[in-house]
Design a binder for this molecule. Structure first.
Ligand code: FES
Length: 510
C-alpha cells in the first residue's frame, strides 16, 4: 500500500524505461567531450554535434536520472521574480538579454521536438507568478513591468485558473511544459544515430587541460578531446572555485491524480510559503497528474519528512486530488548573482567550458546553455552569452550572497564538529529506517539501521572538503550541508561535487 505521500520516485523516472548505454572500456578520442548526461549535457552534445564536430557524452550513472529526472519540467522564460531583480541589480539590458535567451530556449525546444517527431507530451501553457497576500502586490506589479520591458508577453492579472483567489499575478504567454525524459531520451537516441557517442557508468575523475585535453575515468580509461564541457550540475572539477559562489538548494515535489476538469490550465509559482510551484501533466484514464513542488532547503539541514507532509497537505487543501502517488526531491545550485555560469570555465581556460548554476530553472537554462556553448565553440557567440560568462565578478551584487554562503559553510565545517549535540553515543535506540551521526572507535560515523535491523556504518566526513554529512530522513541518504554532495546509506555518491564514496567503517557492530 502507498504511504500518504506515495512512492518515493519521480513520475518522469517511473513512466520511462531505464537506459543501457555502455561504459567506456578503452581509450577514445573526440572533438568534444561532454561530462554529464542531464539536460545541460545532452543539449550541449546535440547542438555541438549539429555543427559537424564529433561528440562524446560521459555520464557517471545513467543519463537523465539526476536532477533532470526529478525536475518539475516547466520550460518557461518566466522565473518567479527574476526580471525586476536583474533590472535593479544590473540594468534593463541584462534583463532583456536574459528574457531573449530564455524565450529562445522555449522556441528551440518546440522546434526540435517537432523536427524530430518526438512525442514528449509537449503542451503550450501560460506561466504565472502569483501572490495571495495583498502586501505582495507591489512586487508582482514591478515584476510584470520588468518582464514586459524585457520583451516577454507579460500582463498583470487577478484572474487565474487556480481554484483559489490570488491578490495579483503576472501571466506570461507562450510557455511550455513537457515530459523531460521522453524528450531527452529520444534526443539522445537521435544523437547516437547521427554518430555521437554516449557512455554511462563512466565517472570522470581527472582532467588535464592540455591540447588535447585528457580525461581519466574511474575505470582507468583516457578520453582525449580538443574541448571539454563540464555539465555535471555542480562542477566535478572546481578549478574556478565555483563552490564559493554556488549554493545548493533541494526542492521537494509531490504528485497525485486530478480530474481533467479541475486542471488549472497553466504553470504557477509563488514565492510565498517557502515556494509553491504547480503544473499538471497527462496521466492515466484521461486524468491529469498534479505536480506540486516547494519547501526548498539547503541539503542536510532539516527533516525532509516534515516538509513532504506539508507539501502534500497543501496539495490536498488546494486541489481535489484523490491521492498523492509520488514524492521526490531535486537539487539545484543558485549562483551569487542569480545568473547561471555558462561559458569558459576559468580565466585561463582555453578549451574547458562549464554549464551550471540554474537556480531551479534548469530546463530553459540547460537548453540555452547548449545553444550558447555550441555557438561559442563555433566561433560565433550568441549576443546574450556575455551575461552568463562564468569569469564575471560583480562584487556589489554578489557580496551579500558570498558572505552568507561562506558563513554557512564555515558554520558546518567547524561548528558541526564542535557541537556536542551533533553526535549520538549509541546506536541502541536507532529505530529501523533511521540514521544518525555518532562517534565510533574515535571516528565520526554516519550510522543507518535498515528495516531488517542491520547497521550500515560509513565515515560521516564528506569526501569533497570534509564537512559532516547529515541524515535525510525522507530520501534515506546522507547529505552534506556545505556544497550539497549526497551519498547512499553505504556511502555511494548520489550527487556531487564529491566524486568518491564515504569511507566504510568497520565497527564490529551489527
Ligand atoms: Fe563540499 Fe561536502 S559537498 S564538503
Amino acid at each position: 500500500m502507498n504511504s500518504p505521500i506515495g512512492v518515493p520516485e519521480s513520475y518522469w523516472m517511473q513512466s520511462t524505461e531505464q537506459t543501457s548505454y555502455p561504459r567506456v572500456t578503452g581509450d577514445i578520442d573526440a572533438d568534444v567531450a561532454v561530462i554529464g548526461g542531464g539536460i545541460a549535457g545532452l543539449c550541449c552534445a546535440w547542438e555541438i554535434a549539429g555543427t559537424g564536430r564529433s561528440v562524446t557524452v560521459l555520464e557517471a550513472d545513467r543519463i537523465v536520472s539526476g536532477t533532470t529526472g526529478y525536475t518539475t519540467a516547466k520550460v518557461s522564460a518566466q522565473h518567479t521574480l527574476v526580471y525586476d531583480s536583474l533590472r535593479s541589480s544590473f540594468d534593463a539590458e541584462t534583463a532583456g538579454m536574459y528574457a531573449r535567451s530564455q524565450q529562445d530556449a522555449v522556441e528551440h525546444l518546440v522546434r526540435t521536438a517537432a523536427d524530430l517527431g518526438i512525442d514528449c507530451e509537449l503542451e503550450r501553457a501560460p506561466a504565472y507568478t502569483y501572490v495571495t497576500a495583498p502586501e505582495g502586490v507591489d512586487q508582482i506589479r514591478a515584476e510584470a513591468a520588468a518582464a514586459t520591458e524585457a520583451g516577454l508577453s507579460a500582463s498583470l492579472v487577478t484572474e487565474t485558473g487556480l481554484p483559489f483567489e490570488v491578490a495579483a499575478a503576472i501571466r506570461v504567454e507562450g510557455q511550455v511544459q513537457f515530459h523531460p525524459r521522453r524528450y531527452l531520451l529520444a534526443l539522445a537516441a537521435e544523437l547516437t544515430r547521427r554518430g555521437g557517442r554516449i557512455f554511462e557508468r563512466t565517472r570522470v575523475l581527472g582532467l588535464d587541460e592540455g591540447d588535447p585535453c585528457r580525461l581519466s575515468t574511474e575505470d582507468g580509461a583516457t578520453v582525449r578531446a580538443r574541448d571539454v564541457v563540464i555539465a555535471t550540475h555542480y562542477p566535478v572539477f572546481d578549478r574556478a572555485l565555483l563552490f564559493t559562489r554556488l549554493q545548493p538548494r533541494r526542492e521537494l515535489a509531490v504528485a497525485g491524480p486530478l480530474s481533467a476538469d479541475a486542471d488549472p490550465s497553466g504553470m504557477y509559482i509563488t514565492p510565498e510559503e517557502n515556494t509553491r510551484s504547480v503544473r499538471t501533466a497527462p496521466y492515466r484514464d484521461g486524468r491529469r497528474l498534479l505536480i506540486v513542488t516547494g519547501e526548498h532547503l539547503r541539503p542536510g539541514t532539516a527533516s525532509t519528512v516534515d516538509r513532504f507532509d506539508r507539501l502534500a497537505t497543501w496539495a490536498r487543501e488546494h486541489f481535489p486530488v484523490d491521492s498523492i502517488d509520488y514524492h521526490w526531491g531535486a537539487q539545484d545550485n543558485t549562483t551569487s548573482d542569480d545568473l547561471p555560469y555558462i561559458g569558459r570555465f576559468h580565466p585561463g581556460a582555453r578549451h574547458v567550458y562549464v554549464s551550471t548554476g540554474f537556480g531551479g530553472w534548469g530546463m530553459t537554462h540547460g537548453i540555452a546553455g547548449g545553444r550558447i556553448l555550441a555557438a561559442e565553440l563555433a566561433g560565433d557567440p550568441l549576443p546574450w552569452a556575455r551575461i552568463y560568462d562564468p569569469r564575471r565578478l560583480h562584487p556589489v551584487v554578489e557580496s551579500g550572497s558570498l558572505l552568507k554562503s561562506g558563513l554557512d559553510v564555515g558554520r558546518h565545517l567547524i561548528g558541526d564538529r564542535l557541537a556536542p549535540s551533533t553526535f549520538r553515543d549509541s546506536s541502541d535506540d536507532l529505530a529501523p529506517g533511521s540514521g544518525a551521526v555518532m562517534r565510533r572507535s574515535g571516528q565520526r560515523c554516519a550510522v543507518y539501521r535498515d528495516e531488517a535491523g542491520r547497521l550500515h556504518t560509513v565515515s560521516a566526513v564528506c569526501t569533497h572538503l570534509g564537512c559532516l554529512v547529515a541524515f535525510n530522513d525522507a530520501e534515506t541518504s546522507w547529505d552534506c550541508p556545505c556544497h550539497g554532495s549526497r551519498f547512499d546509506i553505504d556511502g555511494k555518491v548520489l550527487e556531487g561535487p564529491a566524486t568518491t564514496p564515504l569511507r566504510p567503517v568497520e565497527t564490529g557492530e551489527d
